[in-house]
Ligand binder design. Structure first.
Ligand code: GLN
Length: 564
C-alpha cells in the first residue's frame, strides 16, 4: 500500500502571521502537482466546537457541509483547494479531551490510569488517521493552532513527534515564523525565530522548512543565519513577505520551488507539471483591475477596543473579492456599524455613496433597528442590496413594516411577544433538528433548496459555469442547490401569501416548500434586492466565485453606469 504523507505546520514567535494561509498555499501548490490534499486544523481551545464563541473573541465561525461549526481557517482551506471538508478535518482540545473522558467514564480503558501524555496524544493520532482514511488523499497537512512553546498545544506537537518517530520518511515539519523589523532599529531580527526553533527542538523535533514571514523579503545574510543556527538546509528557508492578496502566496511559494522541496523531503515525485494557470489568471485580474466597486457591509462586530475587526466576516469579504476579481474590479469594502444609524438620524444618507450594501448574518437585538433603517433606505433608493441570513430576515421585517403596513412586524428572536412574528421558530423545525441531535435548535450545515425558474437567483446559479452548482436537468423547471445554514429562526409560513401578494418573490425554498430559502424583488421593482436564509459565503472560492455574489457585484457595477 502506498504510504500516506504528513506535513505538520506549527507557528513560531506569534500568532496571526498567516499560518492558515501558509497551510492552504502549501496545499494548493502540492495539489497543482497532482496530489490529493487533506488539510486538518487542530485548535488548542477547550470549546468542543466554535459555535458558542463570541465572534469578537474568535473571529468568524465557519460552517462545514456536515454542520460542524469551526475555525475560519477551514474556510481558507476550502477556498484555496476547492474541496468540501468533513468534520474529521477539524479538532479542538475540547473534542479530544471529551472523547477520552467520556470513554473513561464508560469504562472504556479497562481500569487503566488515563493520562494526557498518552491517551490524549493517541486520541489525536487516531482522529488524524480517521480523517486520512475518509479523505482518500495522498498528503495530509496538519495545522497545529497557536504558537510553539505554548502549554495549550503541546500535546499536539507531541502527537506530531510520535507520528514522525513511527514514520520517519513520511512526516515533515514546517515552522511558520515571524521576523520583526522594529521601527527604531529598522533591521530585520532573526533571534525570535531562532528561539522558536530551539523551542521545537525541546519537543524532540527540528523543522525541515522555515516559512519566514515578515513585512519585507528575507535577505541572504539572515537566511544563512537561520539555516546555520537552526540546523536546516539553506534552501529550505522560504522568504514570505507580506503579499497584496492572500491569493498571491501560493504563487510566491512556487517561485521558490517549495513544492519541489517538500516533495523531495517526502520522497515523492510530482505527478504532473504545475497547473496554476487558472489561479494565476485570477490573481492577475485582481492586480490589474482598474475599476473600483464600493460596497458597504453593515454589521455590529467590528469594533474591539480601539481596533476594527474584519475577521468576523472573512468569508463574506473573500466572496466579494472573488466576484469582483472575476468581473475585473477592485472591491472597496467599508465596514459600517449599524448602531451609528440608530444614533445619528442623518447618517443614513451616506449609503448613497456606495454601489451596493450587504447585511451579513447576526444574532440578537443590538444594532438591528439600524440595519432595518439601512435596508429601508437602500430599497427605496434602488441601491443594490444583498442580505445574508439575518440580512434576509431583517429585509422581510422591513418590508412587512413599511410595505405591508404591519408596523410591529418583528422576529421572535428579539421580541417574543410581538403580535406579528414574520420571523419565528417553527415548532416542526425544533422537532426535526432535535432528532438530529445538534444539541440545540440551530439549523446547521448543507440543505437543498429548489430554485424557481425566471428569478434572479435561478438565472445566477444556472448561468455560472461552476460544477459545484450546475448538476441539474436543463429540461426541468426547477434547479436544486445545496447551501450551508446556521440559524434558528425561519420565515413564518403564515405571512408568506401576504408577502407574495405584495411583490416579494421566494425564489428558493426547501424541497417540501415549507422553508423560505431565498427572497428577492423582481428587477422591475428594484435593480437587485435579494436575501438568502443560508450562507452563500461559505461555498465560493477564488476559482469558483459564488454566483449570487457575482450577480450582486454585477448589479453594483451597473449602478455606477446608471445615473445616481
Ligand atoms: N439570528 C438569526 C437566526 O438565528 C440569523 C442567524 C444568522 O444570521 N446566522 O435565525
Amino acid at each position: 500500500m502506498k504510504k500516506h504523507k504528513f506535513i505538520f505546520i506549527v507557528g513560531g514567535v506569534m500568532s496571526g502571521v498567516g499560518k492558515g494561509i501558509a497551510c492552504a498555499s502549501i496545499g494548493k501548490i502540492l495539489q497543482s502537482r497532482g496530489f490529493r490534499i487533506n488539510p486538518i486544523k487542530i485548535d488548542p481551545y477547550l470549546n468542543v466546537d466554535a459555535g458558542t464563541m463570541n465572534p469578537k473573541e474568535h473571529g468568524e465561525v465557519f460552517v462545514l457541509s456536515s454542520g460542524l461549526e469551526c475555525d475560519q481557517d477551514m474556510g481558507n482551506y476550502e477556498r484555496f483547494l476547492d474541496v468540501e471538508l468533513l468534520s474529521e478535518n477539524y479538532m479542538t482540545n475540547g473534542m479530544v479531551f471529551k472523547t477520552v473522558i467520556d470513554r473513561e467514564r464508560s469504562l472504556g480503558y479497562n481500569g487503566k490510569c488515563v493520562e494526557p501524555l498518552f491517551h490524549i496524544v493517541e486520541e489525536s493520532l487516531s482522529r488524524i488517521q480517521t480523517s486520512v482514511k475518509k479523505s482518500g488523499a495522498d498528503i495530509t497537512i496538519v495545522e497545529i493552532g497557536g504558537t510553539v512553546g505554548e502549554y495549550q498545544n503541546a500535546l499536539f506537537v507531541e502527537a506530531a513527534r510520535t507520528m514522525k518517530l513511527r514514520n520517519p520518511n513520511d512526516v515533515i515539519f514546517v515552522l511558520v515564523s515571524y521576523l520583526p523589523i522594529p521601527h527604531m532599529i529598522g533591521e530585520m531580527k532573526t533571534k525570535p525565530t531562532q528561539y522558536a526553533i530551539r523551542t521545537m527542538n525541546s519537543y524532540g523535533v527540528n523543522p525541515d522548512i522555515i516559512i519566514a514571514r515578515a513585512e519585507r523579503p528575507l535577505d541572504e545574510q539572515r537566511k544563512r543565519k537561520i539555516a546555520d543556527f537552526g540546523n536546516i538546509p539553506y534552501q529550505n528557508i522560504i522568504s514570505a513577505p507580506d503579499a497584496n492578496t492572500i491569493y498571491e502566496v501560493p504563487l510566491n511559494f512556487e517561485k521558490f520551488g517549495l513544492d519541489e522541496i517538500i516533495l523531495r523531503l517526502l520522497h515523492q515525485k510530482s505527478k504532473i507539471k504545475s497547473d496554476m494557470l487558472g489561479w494565476r489568471k485570477m490573481v492577475q485580474k485582481a492586480s490589474s483591475a482598474k475599476q473600483d466597486v464600493s460596497i458597504a457591509i453593515i454589521g455590529k462586530y467590528f469594533k474591539t477596543g480601539d481596533y476594527v475587526l474584519s475577521d468576523v466576516y472573512i468569508s463574506v469579504i473573500e466572496s466579494l473579492k472573488h466576484a469582483a476579481y472575476l468581473l475585473d474590479c477592485n472591491p472597496k469594502i467599508e465596514w459600517l456599524d449599524s448602531l451609528d444609524f440608530e444614533e445619528q438620524e442623518s447618517s443614513i444618507e451616506m449609503l448613497r455613496a456606495f454601489d451596493g450594501v450587504l447585511v451579513p448574518g447576526g444574532f440578537g437585538s443590538r444594532g438591528i433597528e439600524g440595519k432595518i433603517k439601512a435596508i429601508q433606505y437602500v430599497r427605496e433608493q434602488n441601491i443594490p442590496y444583498f442580505g445574508l441570513c439575518y440580512g434576509m430576515q431583517l429585509a422581510l421585517i422591513e418590508y412587512a413594516r413599511h410595505k405591508l403596513g404591519i408596523e410591529d412586524a418583528h422576529t421572535t428572536e428579539v421580541n417574543r411577544r410581538t403580535k406579528h412574528p414574520v420571523i419565528d421558530i417553527l415548532p416542526e423545525q425544533i422537532e426535526k433538528l432535535a432528532a438530529k441531535d445538534y444539541g440545540g435548535s440551530m439549523r446547521l450545515g448543507a440543505y437543498p433548496a429548489i430554485l424557481q425558474k425566471g428569478t434572479i437567483a435561478y438565472e445566477a446559479y444556472t448561468r455560472s459555469k461552476n460544477g459545484r452548482w450546475s448538476s441539474n436537468d436543463p429540461q426541468s423547471d426547477s434547479f436544486t442547490v445545496r447551501e450551508r445554514h446556521r440559524h434558528r429562526y425561519e420565515v413564518n409560513p403564515e405571512y408568506i401569501e401576504q408577502f407574495k401578494k405584495d411583490g416579494v418573490v421566494f425564489s428558493g425554498t426547501s424541497p417540501d416548500r415549507v422553508l423560505m430559502e431565498i427572497m428577492e424583488l423582481s428587477r422591475s421593482e428594484h435593480p437587485f434586492f435579494l436575501g438568502t436564509q443560508f450562507h452563500p459565503e461559505f461555498t465560493g472560492s477564488l476559482l469558483h466565485p459564488h454566483p449570487l455574489f457575482t450577480a450582486f457585484v454585477e448589479a453594483c457595477i451597473a449602478r455606477q453606469s446608471s445615473s445616481r
